[in-house]
Design a protein around this ligand. Structure first.
Ligand code: TYM
Length: 333
């Protein structure tokens, strides 16, 4: 049983599409770093993924692949609890309760719901609508202090806080009020070909993103083809979203400041910058890809970790759920 005085950190990724460098920079990379200071729970949110149609066999193998990628990026199961959402039943149970304390007006405002409804007009289902409530349950079940996320999840964190505050005000303290954590650089990595949109792991056009498992030549080609702006300067600027995005990627992955990069490329052209960036990404991803291949040959190890993670997460989640059941007035069995 893990007992720790460290603040609790929880974050999750939905197993849809392909994990991208956007997910890595916005979330995973920070998870790995924060493992030392925080009592971490990392969850693969498979129940969130089925709000969009999934092919069952593909979903199953993607779940395993995503977990292997978490591990390959440096999530250490000795330090952190790694688990799959559907393995811990308290997530759906708390979702129902929280749903009764969430207003439709609040859910109507969610931009992700609006975006996904537009993208899947024939499948605007109730699950998609209550998605933020499930996410609130993920977070609130573990008395979470901090949630490292990219900018696109800001609104979901706000509604989580609002639901928790509302519930606590009605019944006395049941939940910790979580704080978001956004990376300073790279909270919103943009698409390579359409830099006005975020890089999206479910994008139909794979040229819009670099997947963590992309082969080196693919990475080099995608960066070479990335949209840059008119002009020649390698400089961050609101009117140069393409090159600014590439500089941000460079900075986040190399840990060099934006200014350092601008200075290093002051008299160089886009082609040289893109060539170096492509090569740098290849080198950053190489150890992750090697470790991924090794892990995928040992699936029993992955299943063992998930089993331990589910047991630990269940134990912790049940404590909160019991408290919530008592507060709303259910007779406990
Ligand atoms: P998801 O699976 O879309 O993304 C996982 C994480 O990656 C971040 N991210 C990005 N960061 C920077 N630039 C980008 N282009 C980019 N694209 C994605 C996301 O912000 C996220 O941190 N609803 C969540 C999953 C979730 C969750 C949770 C997260 C469910 N329950 C509880 C935190 C806590 C989602 O769909 O993320």
């Amino acid at each position: 049983m893990k007992k720790s005085n460290k603040p609790v950190l929880l974050s999750g990724i939905s197993p849809s599409g392909n994990l991208t460098i956007g997910n890595y920079i916005g979330a995973l990379k920070n998870w790995v770093k924060m493992q030392k200071e925080y009592d971490c729970l990392f969850v693969l949110v498979d129940m969130h993924a089925i709000t969009v149609r999934q092919e069952p066999q593909a979903l199953r193998s993607r779940c395993l692949s995503f977990i292997a990628q978490y591990l390959a990026c440096g999530i250490d199961p000795k330090k952190s609890t790694l688990f799959v959402q559907s393995h811990v039943k308290a997530h759906t149970e708390l979702t129902w309760i929280l749903g009764c304390y969430t207003y439709m007006g609040e859910l109507n405002r969610m931009t992700q719901f609006k975006d996904k409804s537009k993208k899947h007009p024939t499948n605007i289902n109730a699950g998609l609508y209550v998605y933020p409530v499930l996410m609130a349950a993920d977070i609130l079940l573990y008395q979470t202090d901090i949630v490292p996320i990219g900018d696109d999840q800001r609104q979901h964190l706000e509604i989580t806080r609002d639901i928790a505050i509302r519930f606590n005000n009605l019944y006395g303290k049941a939940f910790k009020i979580p704080e978001p954590y956004f990376p300073k650089i790279g909270a919103r990595i943009m698409s390579l070909l359409e830099p006005a949109h975020k890089m999206d792991k479910s994008d139909n056009n794979a040229d819009n993103y670099i997947a963590l498992l992309d082969e080196p030549p693919t990475i080099i080609n995608k960066i070479r083809a990335a949209v840059t702006d008119s002009g020649t300067e390698i400089k961050m600027s609101e009117v140069k979203p393409g090159i600014s995005n590439l500089i941000a990627i460079y900075s986040a992955l190399s840990e060099k400041s934006l200014q350092e990069i601008e200075e290093a490329y002051i008299d160089k052209n886009y082609m040289t910058f893109k060539k170096n960036l492509g090569e740098m990404i290849v080198e950053k991803l190489r150890p992750i890809q090697d470790e991924y291949q090794r892990l995928m040959k040992n699936k029993d190890y992955i299943y063992k970790i998930l089993k331990q993670g589910a047991q630990e997460a269940t134990r912790r989640a049940e404590e909160t759920l019991k408290r919530v059941y008592e507060k709303v007035g259910f007779i406990l069995p």
